[in-house]
Design a protein around this ligand. Structure first.
Ligand code: NAD
Length: 487
């Protein structure tokens, strides 16, 4: 290609070396619509080489002490942190998100993921029970499983990939990771730091490419006994089918259709700014984003007026402009899909109160071909509507009224997903009652996205299988054995 000399060209990272690939795919800068990067289009051959390198590295890495591994993870965290600004800029360019978001959320969290698991790996205890009448003690022993296959999505690229790499290698596994083909750059940048951090060759291998080719080769590889996947429910179904013949261990973190339930005693001065963030942060491209807002009828009009007025203040545009809150969506296709939901809602009789089709999007000259969309609020939507049932994964949220606690719990639970919910009320008893009855792996009351990484993260129903967190990831990435000693 004539212009290929100007493009960033990535290489796979296998056995501690960067290796080129025989074919490549284009990667776009979502805020300009230009191709700026070429990503290896890996397949079975590359995955085979990466799995072999990971297998070779396993005996040494798995026999290191948790403390030795912990020190290496901490070193890697320091190195990423030293380059935080470069990582943040790269994440923004590759994904479309604002640099501010990448600088304050994505990259600090990627650093923290390594620090967190570097610490937590030092503190696990295994179980022991005594059966005195039989003269026995039983205890459990845990060991790393082997080569872990890690597959991550495009919305929080380095954040979610490191949330898998860190616990996997802290536990003594070696890994083959496959980031999203749309956002591969920061994973490639991280590979450049592995050697300096002291990560032995072959412990972390990264193959770039599409899900259908590279992802599926990893899922189907007989020497990869566990797959940790974050992405859509549809892809997870395919992964379950493909891995079934090998009886693989799966951790699946999937989509959501997350409700916010706002009772009439909620503190709206807290609730509204937080619900704006929970609806539109990262362009609404977070699995935990709110997309169904149930407001108790007594405060419905006030809420809607206030919420829409504030949503209109969110500026969309150049992701490096610090006054911009809404960057570009990941791709042209995704933008079209998100827009199509708004059109369908209108066709069904819903009212679009701001954003798409209502307000004009004023973009700088360099961003006119970017994939931008304004925060969009839809009211008067039926619960059965696709906008209230399907994951849109963009800056679109629906607001509807409810009357009673019983009614809203039923309606909030009436979707196939069960990832995250928020509940807003100053009545402590009600908050506990409602939280217990929501079919949701995470419930935030009077807040959103405050996480303690020690505790389980994951979804119910179509939102996933398994949980991640200090103890949960440790259990997933290790094999347990019960040993009985008779004396
Ligand atoms: P996706 O399922 O299309 O892709 C996710 C990853 O899987 C990518 O790396 C992709 O290349 C790979 N993949 C695709 N097909 C594959 C196959 N057949 N075999 C193996 N790998 C394959 O998802 P996406 O569009 O990248 O991400 C958005 C989705 O991720 C949304 O549904 C969102 O809710 C979900 N998500 C969930 C969480 C969570 O923690 N629950 C977090 C972030 C995103």
């Amino acid at each position: 290609m004539a212009h290929s000399k100007d493009l960033l060209v990535l290489e796979n990272f296998i056995g501690g070396k960067f290796v080129s690939c025989s074919s490549y795919i284009d990667s776009y800068n979502p805020s300009t619509g230009d191709v700026y990067c070429r990503v290896p289009d890996s397949g079975e051959e590359e995955v085979e080489a990466a799995v072999k390198a990971a297998q070779d590295a396993f005996p040494d890495w798995s026999s290191k002490s948790p403390l030795e591994r912990s020190q290496i993870l901490n070193k890697l965290a320091d190195l990423i942190e030293q380059d935080l600004e470069a990582f943040a800029k790269a994440e923004s360019k590759d994904q479309g998100k604002t640099i501010t978001f990448a600088r304050t959320v994505d990259i600090p969290r990627a650093v923290y993921n390594f620090r967190f698991f570097a610490s937590s790996i030092l503190h696990h205890v295994t179980e022991c029970t005594e059966m005195a009448t039989m003269g026995c003690v039983h205890y459990t022993s845990r060991a790393p499983v082997g080569v872990a296959g890690l597959i991550s999505p495009w919305n929080l690229p380095l954040y979610l990939l490191t949330w898998k790499i860190a616990p996997a290698i802290a536990c003594g596994n070696t890994v083959v990771a496959k980031p999203s083909e749309m956002t591969s750059v920061t994973a490639w940048m991280m590979c450049k730091l592995l050697d300096k951090a002291g990560v032995p060759h072959g412990v972390v291998n990264v193959v770039f490419g599409t899900g259908a080719k590279a992802g599926e080769a990893l899922v189907c590889h007989p020497n990869v006994p566990l797959i940790s996947f974050t992405g859509s429910t549809l892809t997870a179904q395919r992964i379950m089918e493909k891995s079934a013949p090998h009886c693989k261990r799966l951790s699946l973190e999937l989509g959501g259709k997350n409700p916010a339930i706002i009772f009439d005693d909620a503190d709206l001065s807290q609730c509204i700014p937080t619900t704006l963030k929970s609806s539109f942060a990262n362009q609404g491209e977070i699995c935990l984003c709110t997309s169904r807002i149930f407001v108790q009828r007594g405060i419905y009009s006030e809420f809607l007026k206030w919420f829409v007025a504030e949503a209109k203040k969110w500026k969309a545009g150049n992701p490096s402009d610090p006054t911009v809150s809404v960057g570009a969506l990941i791709s042209k296709e995704h933008l079209e899909k998100v827009r199509s939901y708004v059109k369908r809602a209108q066709a069904e009789g819903a009212r679009v109160l701001c954003g798409e089709g209502v307000d004009s999007l004023d973009l700088p000259a360099g961003n006119k071909k970017g994939y931008f969309m304004l925060p969009t609020v839809i009211a008067e939507v039926q619960d059965e509507s696709c906008c209230m049932q399907e994951e849109i994964f963009g800056p679109v949220t629906c607001v509807v009224a409810f009357d009673t606690e019983e009614e809203v719990i039923k309606r909030a639970n009436s979707v196939k997903y069960g990832l995250a919910a928020t509940v807003w009320s100053s009545n402590v008893g009600r908050v506990h009652r409602v939280a217990r009855r929501l079919q949701s792996g995470l419930v935030w009351t009077n807040c959103w996205l405050i996480r303690d990484l020690n505790l389980p993260f994951g979804g119910m129903k179509a939102s996933g299988i398994g949980r991640e967190g200090a103890k949960d990831s440790y259990e997933f990435f290790t094999e347990v054995k019960t040993i009985t000693i008779k004396h």
